[in-house]
Design a binder for this molecule. Structure first.
Ligand code: GAL
Length: 355
């Protein structure tokens, strides 16, 4: 009974359809086509018109669902990430006097929800229209070490104004921590077109959370001005990526959380343009952080869309989120979710192309 009541609270569970297990789920609107799979509720491809009006896929993905499952070195391509996006130091946190031990899957720390993270889940496609799909899943109490049974829904929508909107919702039956995001790797010239270093990036903030050598935040919120991490006024990603700077050395490039406080879904956090395609992606979110990751761990190990190799820095991620390691950082915004509350967050990736 309790489960049914919780499901009804997430109103998107109301209608159920069951596509064949291996089908790609396709959405279309305003000349944009998006494809998804249930495994990890992943965005597999996104075709967007370039400056000539020709559709270009701008997301790294495999050509079949089986390839995702078979991939031994899956760096979370296109997946929903949780229960906690990014790292939790020493794979542990304390809540209400109890210390919870999580999966250690990154140098003694916990990354992206651990071994049974949401990227490994078989999600249900619970509701589908031509322009939107809602994926739902349940994470049992104690999964990955996290307290509380969690019910999660993620709705992807292709909007009427050429955007991909992602709405996240979740409820829990015990007090827990939660930080959901999507891990699409973008290349606005198209996967297989080379590195992303000539893309122009603007991140509209002047602060970030510096990290230590294992990419755990030091707890400080520091100014970007004068550092090679400052993208406030826009420049090509590659211009300073190999500068001698401790933060770039730790990240092997950009792998940092940018700080946005206060702001709303109407605030543009970031904008990127592909130098060849002319496609611009703008990022809007109600989340207080944005992880810019420049594909530094990509190593050409996987053969992906149309035979392309996922080479070093050939994709980038802009993950809207709470700050890494927040459960251990009292100075960061809280990621605690309690029974009776509904976790909600929204991100919009908006597209256009200049002639
Ligand atoms: C990113 C993270 C990187 C790396 C990557 C997956 O979200 O910031 O440090 O872990 O995921 O390879």
């Amino acid at each position: 009974m309790k489960t049914i009541a919780l499901l009804l609270m997430l109103n998107t569970y109301a209608t159920t359809c069951k596509p064949a297990r291996t089908d790609f789920i396709t959405l279309r609107n305003q000349g944009i086509t998006a494809r998804f799979i249930r495994y990890g509720a992943r965005l597999v491809s996104l075709d967007v018109p370039d400056k000539q009006g020709k559709p270009v896929n701008i997301v790294w993905g495999f050509d079949s669902e089986a390839a995702y499952r078979a991939c031994k070195t899956d760096p979370y391509y296109g997946a929903i990430i949780g229960r906690y996006g990014n790292r939790i130091a020493k794979a542990a946190f304390t809540l209400n006097g109890h210390t919870y031990q999580l999966d250690k899957n990154d140098h003694g720390n916990s990354l992206h929800g651990g071994l049974s993270g949401l990227h490994t889940k078989e999600w249900q496609a619970s509701f589908k229209t031509d322009t939107s799909v809602t994926f739902t899943c349940e994470s049992p109490d104690g999964e990955g070490g996290y307290p509380g049974k969690l019910l999660i829904s993620v709705t992807y929508t292709l909007t009427n104004s050429k955007g991909l909107r992602i709405d996240y919702k979740a409820i829990t039956d015990k007090t827990t921590v939660l930080n959901l995001t999507n891990h699409a790797y973008w290349n606005l010239n198209g996967p297989g077109s080379g590195s992303i270093l000539r893309h122009t990036l603007m991140i509209r903030t002047d602060k970030y959370t510096p990290v230590d050598s294992l990419l755990i935040p030091t707890g400080e919120i520091k100014a970007l001005a004068g550092t090679p991490l400052d993208f406030h006024y826009g420049r090509k990603i590659g211009v300073r990526i190999d500068d001698h700077h401790a933060q770039l050395h730790y990240g092997k490039g950009y792998d940092h959380n940018f700080v946005f406080r206060p702001h709303s879904l109407q605030t543009k956090l970031a904008q990127v343009t592909g130098d060849r395609s002319g496609i611009t992606m703008s990022v809007y979110s109600d989340q207080p952080g944005l992880q810019f990751y420049s594909g530094n761990f990509m190593a050409g190990k996987n053969t992906m869309n149309g035979g392309a190799k996922d080479n070093f820095r050939s994709g980038f991620c802009l993950e809207t989120q709470h700050y890494p390691d927040s459960p251990n950082q009292p100075g960061f915004p809280s990621t605690v979710l309690r029974p009776g509350e509904t976790y909600r967050s929204t991100t919009i990736y908006q597209f256009s192309a200049e002639k």
